[in-house]
Design a protein around this ligand. Structure first.
Ligand SMILES: [Fe+2]
Length: 441
């Protein structure tokens, strides 16, 4: 592609302090990647080959570039020359952006834009894609699936964990230098760049981008792992008083709750009981309060591992019976409307539905995995009573949610799974807000 043939070199003319090493040039090695974009602020991440002081500039289509001010980012060796800048934006607007220093452009502007959401109480249609498990050990180590995802022009992409794999043979998770190198390699993947540059990217993690297989809150390098995660993503801030990658994100009348199912997790083998938790008490308190007070029509609960299934013994919330029951009871006791679940991790895809006592609608869970890694064969529908028949997917895949707010009638979301080549795996399934316990407007 032409863009990769262009020199991505910026000459710095800026004066530097006499004591600082001279900054001669900055070469972008990954991104830019659009991070959290709300109706008020936008974060854009970038990584360079060497130390750099960059500024993020934006312009609404057809308008002039908005100049310097807030929006700077200093990329240093300490943060692997990666980080994000933040600027203020208006709702419901498409912006072009560029990283500059002394007004020199780093990349052609045509490739770089994002759309801001409407204000939280306003309608607006948008598309979300999601997936999990992106490694180099599958059929396609160069991960061509990103081109298929980008071709659908999603507004948001949700990374549901195992976003990289610390390699098993060399136990990369034991060595911070190797962990850094793994992140750097994945983020620079050529097939990924076009999607990163035009899509809001939000992430949670799972075991393989956190530590060893099936790791939990006892993992000794979890603080280092969290530091790396924060270097490589530009999520909304963690709203809790404890460390972790949990956050919520609002697009118009839809709110996403991305859970951290690793940092505070009890070991899978811990004795069942109220003390055995996926989320830990502080994260629970945040989630419950956020769900109870959310004015969004749709409330999308995002968990790396599956929540609903009872039919398998891989990792899932089934291993944490009191936490799972707490979630079901909370939804029912507070009559939370508009909720459904996204998950990954399983290396198969499926759509599940389960009746929850006293909840006035079946709870839906949409699982998509892997993006690029080994995959399994889903058991047949007759062995999975909670599966919506015909929705199992084998192979590299991703999920799509199209939220629509029509002029007349209730808002709805269409769910659809896609294979890595961009072909639909099953026909889109539509869920109206009134199917999720809510009154129509
Ligand atoms: Fe995985």
């Amino acid at each position: 592609m032409r863009i990769f043939a262009l020199p991505l070199v910026l000459v710095f003319f800026a004066c530097v302090e006499a004591t600082s090493p001279p900054l001669v040039s900055a070469t972008i090695t990954a991104g830019p990647m659009v991070g959290s974009v709300t109706h008020e602020t936008a974060r854009v991440w970038v990584q360079t080959a060497e130390e750099a002081q960059l500024h993020l500039e934006i312009r609404a289509e057809g308008k002039d570039w908005m100049g310097f001010g807030p929006g700077g980012v200093h990329l240093t060796r300490e943060n692997q020359f990666s980080g994000f800048a933040e600027v203020r934006v208006q709702p419901n607007t498409r912006y072009q952006y560029r990283f500059v220093s002394d007004h020199a452009e780093l990349l052609p502007v045509s490739e770089q834009s994002f759309r801001t959401p409407p204000a939280p109480d306003e309608s607006g249609s948008f598309t979300v894609a999601f997936g999990s498990c992106a490694g180099s050990w599958g059929l396609h180590p160069d991960q061509p699936i990103w081109r298929a995802i980008n071709n659908l022009h999603p507004d948001v992409f949700l990374w549901l964990g195992d976003n990289i794999y610390f390699e098993r043979d060399t136990k990369e998770w034991e060595d911070v230098g190797k962990m850094q190198a793994r992140w750097k390699t994945q983020r620079a993947m050529p097939s990924l760049q076009p999607m990163l540059r035009r899509t809001v990217n939000l992430a949670t993690w799972d075991d393989h981008d956190y530590g060893p297989n099936n790791s939990d809150g006892t993992w000794r390098l979890k603080e280092e792992s969290l530091k790396l995660f924060r270097n490589y993503w530009a999520n909304p801030d963690n709203p809790t008083s404890v460390p972790g990658v949990m956050h919520s994100y609002r697009w118009g009348k839809v709110e996403f709750f991305l859970l951290d199912t690793r940092f505070h997790r009890s070991p899978n083998k811990a004795k069942n009981g109220p003390g055995k938790s996926v989320l830990g008490e502080t994260q629970w308190a945040w989630l419950e309060h956020a769900l109870k007070t959310s004015a969004a029509d749709f409330k999308v609960i995002v968990s790396a591992m599956q929540v609903l299934p009872d039919y398998h013994d891989f990792e899932s919330w089934k291993l944490f019976p009191s936490d799972r029951q707490r979630l079901f009871d909370f939804l029912a006791n507070h009559q939370i409307t508009g909720a459904f679940i996204l998950s990954g991790d399983r290396h198969i895809g499926e759509l599940l539905q389960r009746e929850i006592p006293r909840l006035p609608y079946p709870l839906t869970e949409f699982t998509a995995s892997p993006l690029a890694a080994g995959f399994g064969t889903p058991p047949p529908d007759e062995q999975v009573p909670s599966r919506v028949p015909g929705t199992s997917v084998e192979g590299e895949q991703f999920g799509v949610l199209r939220f629509t707010t029509p002029q007349n009638g209730p808002p709805y979301v269409e769910l659809q799974a896609f294979h890595a080549d961009g072909k639909p795996a099953w026909k889109a399934r539509r869920i109206e807000i009134t199917d999720l316990g809510a009154q129509g407007d």
